[in-house]
Design a protein around this ligand. Structure first.
Ligand SMILES: [Zn+2]
Length: 191
C-alpha cells in the first residue's frame, strides 16, 4: 500500500482505511516535537482538504479549528482507554458527543442496492467530523477499533495500530517510547 500524503512520515504502525483517517487526525498533534497541524488556519485547511475532511473554498475559522482540536483530544482519550489506560471521563467525552449531536448522517442507496451512510449537509467542518465518527463506528463494529491505541508514554500519546497477537502492544514504537519508559521504571526501582 502506498501511504497517502496526509499520513505522517512518522507513522510506523498505520491502521487500515478508513480508520487510518481517525489515526492521522489524532496524530496531527505531535507531542514529541510539539507541532500541531490544526493550529494555523492555512496549514490546517491544507491538511484537512488532503485528508478529505474539508471541502470549501475558504480556510477553516479559528473557532472551527478549536472544535476540531477538542474532538481530537476526545478521541485520544478513547484511544488511551483502548491501550489499557483509564476509561474516558464525562469531560473527555464532551467534544465527541457534541460532534455526534451536530452530525447529520445521510443514507444513500447505490446502483446495486447497497445502503451506505454518508456525511449529510452540515457545512464543511460538520461533514468532515461526521466522516470521522462514521469511521469510528465502522471500526467498532468490525473489531478493529480496539487495536487503535494511544501510546502508553504519557508524554507521547501518539495513536498507533496494534497488530500484535493478543493486542498486547502498548507503545507507538518500542525503540523509542517503550525503552524510554522501561529505563525510567528501572531507574525508579534502583533508587
Ligand atoms: Zn510513544
Amino acid at each position: 500500500m502506498t501511504t497517502p500524503p496526509w499520513v505522517s512520515s512518522q507513522e510506523a504502525k498505520p491502521a487500515p482505511m478508513p480508520l487510518l483517517l481517525v489515526q492521522s487526525f489524532v496524530n496531527t498533534w505531535d507531542g514529541d516535537n510539539g507541532s500541531d497541524l490544526l493550529l494555523d488556519p492555512a496549514a490546517a485547511g491544507g491538511w484537512l482538504t488532503a485528508a478529505g475532511l474539508w471541502d470549501a473554498d475558504r480556510a477553516p475559522e479559528p473557532a472551527e479549528l478549536d472544535i476540531a482540536r477538542r474532538l481530537r483530544e476526545s478521541i485520544r482519550a478513547l484511544l488511551v482507554a483502548n491501550g489499557g489506560g483509564p476509561e474516558p471521563t464525562p469531560g473527555d467525552l464532551q467534544a465527541i458527543q457534541a460532534a455526534a449531536q451536530d452530525a447529520r448522517p445521510a443514507l444513500q442507496v447505490g446502483s446495486g442496492g447497497q445502503v451506505s451512510i454518508l456525511a449529510g449537509p452540515v457545512g464543511p467542518l460538520g461533514a468532515g467530523l461526521t466522516r470521522l465518527l462514521l469511521a469510528i463506528r465502522d471500526a467498532q463494529r468490525d473489531g478493529s477499533w480496539q487495536r487503535l491505541k494511544a501510546c502508553g508514554n504519557p508524554d507521547c500519546r501518539w495513536a498507533f495500530y496494534d497488530r500484535s497477537h493478543g493486542q498486547v502492544g502498548a507503545w507507538c514504537d518500542m525503540a523509542t517510547c517503550g525503552n524510554r519508559i522501561k529505563n525510567r521504571r528501572l531507574r525508579q526501582r534502583r533508587r
